[in-house]
Design a protein around this ligand. Structure first.
Ligand code: ADP
Ligand code: MG
Length: 271
């Protein structure tokens, strides 16, 4: 393909002001970001800095007060109608009366895919998230980590080129969380999906991301963008967490969050 590559997400000078009974709250001020196809971007910052607001705007679950948003060159509204992305939030949000298989199948069913094709796709997804044996289980028979894997499988059902994830591992214990991060890196490498990932965990953002957008609260702003170059997804294994470069990148993000020593630690590189 020739010509300029269309960004997966383009946010330009977006403001979001909420009017509340205690006056106007500027949740987001002059936010701009561009996410390339296949790129993994994290939004990190303290509670209330506007991370969820920004993600909801991209997903067209809310509208900006001013500024523009496009998803693969379309408006956020068009992109939502065309189901150009998958969404996973902190709560797995599974339907308790449907089996694992039926939960993953739901978006395909809603959008009219034929039964045999649906079945094949669900089998593929169950393998991808390592839950083939649990296809006929129900959500309340699964651990939190397994439920979250079902939710991720569901968000991947229609092979989206973009995933929007809001603290999807926030409710998990530390070990499960790291395993899910490893899986997400692998899944993204396999599918080539771009990801906008909200977290308040620095190690999580560093492990997963190509770039980390650091936000500050009141008013919510993107105050820094840190390129994290810790190797291609395929080579980012469990031992990365022990490497000096991993700690250096964590330090860079932490210093940016706390507003000290940022300039010296841009673009940590290893390989
Ligand atoms: P984060 O996800 O980073 O914790 P949010 O995006 O949820 O932060 O919220 C950013 C700010 O906007 C907070 O001050 C929050 O109280 C406010 N806010 C978010 N949604 C609404 C809403 N629907 N009405 C009023 N204020 C809101
Ligand atoms: Mg939030």
């Amino acid at each position: 393909m020739s010509g300029p590559v269309e960004p997966a997400v383009e946010v330009r000078d977006v403001h979001r002001v909420f009017s509340t009974n205690r006056g106007a709250v500027t949740a987001l001020e002059a936010a701009s970001l561009s996410v390339a196809p296949g790129e993994f971007v994290s939004l990190i910052g303290p509670s209330g800095c506007g991370k969820s607001t920004l993600l909801r705007l991209i997903a067209d679950l809310d509208e900006p007060t001013s500024g523009t948003i496009s998803v693969f060159g379309r408006t956020a509204r068009q992109a939502r109608k065309e189901q150009a992305y998958g969404i996973a939030f902190q709560q797995a949000g599974l339907l308790p009366w449907r089996s694992v298989r039926a939960n993953i199948e739901l978006p395909l069913q809603l959008h009219g895919a034929a039964a045999p094709a649906r079945g094949r796709r669900v089998d593929e997804l169950l393998d991808m998230v390592g839950l083939a044996e649990f296809a006929d289980s129900f959500p309340d028979q699964l651990s939190g980590g397994m439920q979250q894997r079902v939710a991720i499988a569901r968000s991947l059902a229609e092979s989206p080129r973009l995933l929007l994830m809001d603290e999807p591992f926030g409710a998990l214990d530390e070990m499960t969380r790291e395993r899910m991060q490893n899986e997400l890196v692998r899944i993204c490498a396999d599918t080539g999906a771009a990801v906008v990932f909200v977290t308040h965990s620095i190690p999580e953002a560093v492990f997963l991301s190509d770039r980390v957008f650091v936000m500050s609260a009141r008013p919510g702003r993107i105050k820094d963008v840190l390129p994290i170059r810790l190797g291609a997804a395929e080579e980012r294994g469990e031992n990365l967490r022990e490497e000096t470069a991993f700690y250096a990148a964590i330090t860079a993000v932490r210093e940016s969050l706390h507003g000290t020593g940022v300039a010296t630690l841009r673009g940590v590189e290893t390989r």
